[in-house]
Design a protein around this ligand. Structure first.
Ligand SMILES: Cc1cc2nc3c(=O)[nH]c(=O)nc-3n(C[C@H](O)[C@H](O)[C@H](O)COP(=O)(O)OP(=O)(O)OC[C@H]3O[C@@H](n4cnc5c(N)ncnc54)[C@H](O)[C@@H]3O)c2cc1C
Length: 327
């Protein structure tokens, strides 16, 4: 089963209350199923504002995912409804899947949802001389100072506020996460940038409560990762543009000190494509040609995602696709 189930081990549960999902009628049944199953409830709203034609919704972070409980529930659900093999799949050959206990299992239709590393390893067993290209989210980070940020937000979380910024038609434009500077987790960032920070910040002679890192995504915040290249392994989408957000900051009395783009992975891997004989082939075409019994789903099969954390929405889409495949 794809989606957040195995990923629950590290999943932060962001964007599980994806109101965007409710816009499409076909998603509603699945939305209800997963929401009830995971016992989701909405992150508390801190403020709603309208500025420069944007609708700004600030929420406390979602803490609705109860990992252990949800994982146990999923296990029980699958035990009841499927035959499970607690093994690693080593290779796929036509309709045969070889497991690491040396047993083989067979399937008329094999649905591959093994995350980036598992899926690409298994695809290589279908055809060994292939490479991969895929996308990941690629946010930027601003160090900002503002007295205007609601301090009642949950400052004990790594990030204290999640902000979704919509245009006048309620299409999502930006996704922001506020990390209070005192978060211990931020030492991770400080470790990297302390040489660029003015010394007074490091000596804490400042009201740190008004300093935040804002991690920000627009709908073009992507990078492509290319396994087929020795050099230029990353290609950033140059369309990423925060000019309007900068103006919005000024209106909201948020003073930006500097921004930078972290090279770290965001773990929202999607749009997986195959490189064979120096040509780019879509995953569907590759599987149609080399093993039509196999389907590769999950976020990896998603061509475009917007700036929001994509997993919950993808879970709904994947459930719909599986239903179609199994018809
Ligand atoms: C720290 C962190 C926080 C995150 N938080 C969020 C969030 O808040 N919101 C959000 O939308 N997204 C979040 N994500 C992204 C999210 O976790 C992924 O999008 C999601 O887990 C992808 O689900 P998946 O089922 O496709 O792959 P995975 O969750 O990677 O599951 C693949 C499973 O397949 C298993 N597997 C691999 N190879 C084999 C094999 N050969 N045989 C058998 N099994 C195999 C793996 O062990 C794993 O259990 C986060 C990711 C990380 C790392």
């Amino acid at each position: 089963m794809p989606g957040i189930i195995s990923g629950l081990s590290y999943f932060w549960g962001e964007q599980c209350n994806s109101e965007e999902a409710l816009k499409k009628r076909s998603f509603q049944t699945y939305y209800k199923f997963f929401s009830n199953f995971l016992e989701l409830s909405e992150g508390e709203n801190i403020s709603k504002k309208k500025e420069m034609g944007f609708h700004i919704n600030n929420n406390n972070p979602d803490k609705t995912i109860k990992r252990e409980k949800s994982q146990k529930k999923f296990k029980l659900y699958f035990k009841k409804n499927c035959k499970m093999f607690f093994n690693e799949a080593i290779s796929i050959n036509k309709t045969k899947v070889l497991l690491n206990n040396k047993r083989s299992i067979y399937g008329k239709k094999i649905i591959l949802c093994a995350g980036l590393i598992g899926s690409t390893n298994l695809l290589k067993t279908i055809c060994s001389d292939i490479d991969f290209r895929y996308y990941d989210h690629s946010p930027q980070i601003d160090l900002i100072y503002s007295k205007n940020i609601n301090q009642n937000s949950d400052r004990n979380s790594i990030y204290s506020i999640v902000s979704k910024i919509y245009d006048k038609n309620y299409n999502i434009k930006y996704y922001l996460k506020y990390y209070p500077l005192k978060s211990l987790e931020l030492l991770f960032f400080l470790g990297k940038i302390k040489f660029f920070l003015p010394k007074f910040i490091l000596k804490y002679r400042f009201n740190l409560d008004n300093l935040y890192f804002i991690q920000k995504w627009d709908n073009n915040s992507f990078k492509e990762i290319r396994n087929d290249k020795t050099f230029f392994k990353y290609r950033f989408n140059k369309k990423q543009n925060f000019k309007k957000l900068d103006i919005l900051y000024k209106k909201l009395k948020i003073f930006k000190i500097f921004s930078f783009r972290s090279n770290d992975d965001n773990f929202h891997f999607h749009n997986l494509r195959i490189i064979k004989n120096k040509k780019i082939i879509s995953i569907e075409n590759f599987l149609k040609k080399y093993n039509p019994s196999v389907y590769c789903l999950s976020l990896l099969a998603e061509k475009n995602i917007n700036c929001l954390p994509p997993t919950f929405m993808n879970c709904l889409k994947t459930a719909i696709k599986i239903k179609k495949i199994l018809k």
